[in-house]
Design a protein around this ligand. Structure first.
Ligand SMILES: C=CC1=C(C)c2cc3[nH]c(cc4nc(cc5[nH]c(cc1n2)c(C)c5CCC(=O)O)C(CCC(=O)O)=C4C)c(C)c3C=C
Ligand SMILES: [Fe+2]
Length: 455
């Protein structure tokens, strides 16, 4: 019997129609007898993602939203009032360069379309596993914004929610930022505060994800004349080094573990290719996670590597950094550095093993299977524990508080005790730097691509 659910026009919501064994969510139990009418589906999954500009006009306001995020540019408390003016300044200055990139991939980011497709595929996979659910998409920096998805969730009367960031590995700058926003929305809303919810902070270690990555890599390796000679080149999105070393971001550790698991999976398939992990897409003058992708490609070429298979690893959709940075810039760099054969593994998108595994992750996190799954959860636990948004961030924040100095890539020499004096020194330094930049035409804003370099 068809399950009828409320229809919605908003793209932050997927409407479900599925023939299923009914789940009695109110009683936390699964009822295997089919019923004819189900008034509404009260179980929801919220997919969190970054969002991307859909047109070239969207690029500057998208960049503004990104740089206005205190988890992307973290200013000392004293200077928080500068967050928005600074975001405005950087976004306006960076927009022309970013627009060129988006223009070259068709005039906008494909992220919304792909994430919507993933949401629909996940909804279907959940249906097939007898769990009817509405699946929502909430983006951090562009439409459909997380706030829009939350509005829809409330309108639909959702009573149980699984929050699933679409980033396999956790970073302060991605899942952390989205969860922090969500926490603030939940805190101010009585309906949400009373809604049962759980978060899957990262899922890079799940078998289905690892197998799906193994399948994609194996398929691309087979396209080379001599697959055994190919070096597998994992290129992850970078983060500033200070995030990992000073703010306690688990991103690097999770990334390295993820690569180990994928290589173990390939070894099971008798694929023992050499491999490298490097970090791409750095922005600004500070040190980011190393080795850098561009420098590593040059070194590999110079050391005699002839065949390279690039594997984007920190994101599950195609986006500007796969379609432009890897497919155009890094490919050209590789071919100019002595590498003769180049390949690239596509992003997972709606790959069936992957989507089915995401559905399993959702099901395993449901409160009503919680008791049965305790041992699994413990085994799967990453550096950030599974829990509610509030508990998750509380755990993460206390972990950060124990670290000596919560310095971020926009802070320097920052300690609480020295707050006032460091703050004043910082303000003075910013003014002097800005003055020098404008008068000499050189400096960190030029390096960041914020101010154009005069040739
Ligand atoms: C796991 C993935 C990502 C991490 C970690 C991350 C950190 C991070 N990013 C910036 C700055 C920019 N990111 C931009 C685009 C962008 N970033 C990610 C993913 C991660 N970012 C994606 C998937 C995208 C592309 C979205 C799309 O439209 O397709 C941009 C805008 C593009 C550009 O101008 O280059 C910026 C800027 C920082 C500073 C950061 C860590 C602190
Ligand atoms: Fe980014």
């Amino acid at each position: 019997m068809d399950l009828l659910l409320p229809r919605s026009t908003g793209s932050s919501q997927m409407v479900s129609h599925c023939s299923v064994i009914q789940m009695d969510i109110a009683n936390n139990s699964v009822n295997s007898s089919k019923t004819s009418v189900v008034p509404r589906c009260t179980f929801g999954v919220l997919l969190l993602n970054l969002g991307g500009p859909e047109t070239l006009e969207d690029v500057q306001p998208f960049l503004f939203n990104l740089f206005a995020d205190p988890d992307i540019i973290r200013l000392p408390r004293l200077f928080r009032f500068l967050q928005k003016p600074l975001a405005q300044f950087i976004s306006v200055a960076r927009a022309p360069k970013s627009k060129e990139g988006y223009a070259s991939i068709g005039g906008g980011s494909p992220l919304r379309k792909i994430t919507d497709e993933q949401a629909e595929a996940l909804r279907k996979a959940l249906c097939e596993k007898n769990i009817p659910a509405n699946v929502y998409v909430g983006m951090r920096y562009w439409h459909p914004f997380t706030e829009e998805a939350i509005e829809q969730i409330k309108k639909d009367g959702i009573t149980k929610l699984v929050v699933l960031p679409l980033y396999p590995q956790f970073s302060i700058s991605t899942s952390g930022s989205s969860l922090r926003l969500l926490e603030s929305i939940f805190r101010e809303d009585e309906y949400l505060a009373n809604m049962q919810h759980t978060v899957i902070p990262s899922w890079y270690q799940r078998d289905g994800y690892i197998k799906a990555m193994g399948d994609l890599i194996q398929k691309e390796l087979e396209k080379f004349d001599q697959p055994k000679e190919v070096r597998i080149f994992f290129s992850a999105h970078g983060v500033p080094l200070a995030y990992v070393e000073e703010a306690g971001d688990p991103y690097k550790a999770e990334m390295e573990e993820c690569i180990d698991l994928i290589m173990e999976e390939l070894e099971k398939r008798k694929l023992t290719n050499p491999y490298t992990l490097a970090y791409q897409s750095r922005v600004g003058p500070v040190e980011w996670l190393k080795p850098y992708t561009d420098e590593t490609i040059i070194e590999l070429g110079q050391s005699g590597v002839k065949s390279l298979l690039a594997v984007p690893i920190s994101f599950v959709s195609e986006h500007i950094e796969t379609l432009e940075e890897i497919d155009v810039e890094y490919k050209e760099l590789a071919l100019n550095s002595g590498i003769e054969k180049w390949g690239r593994v596509p992003a997972l998108g709606c790959q069936p093993t992957f989507i089915s595994d995401l559905a399993d992750a959702v099901i395993e996190s449901l409160p009503y299977v919680g008791a049965m799954a305790v041992s699994n959860i413990e085994a799967r636990q990453s550096l950030v524990p599974l829990g509610s948004v509030e508990e998750l961030l509380a755990a993460y924040d206390s972990q950060r508080r124990e670290l000596p100095t919560p310095v971020t890539f926009w802070e320097w020499g920052w300690t609480k005790s020295a707050e006032t004096w460091n703050g004043r020194a910082a303000m003075l330094a910013v003014v002097v730097l800005l003055f020098l930049e404008v008068t000499t035409g050189e400096g960190f804003l030029h390096q960041w691509g914020v101010l154009p370099i005069s040739r």
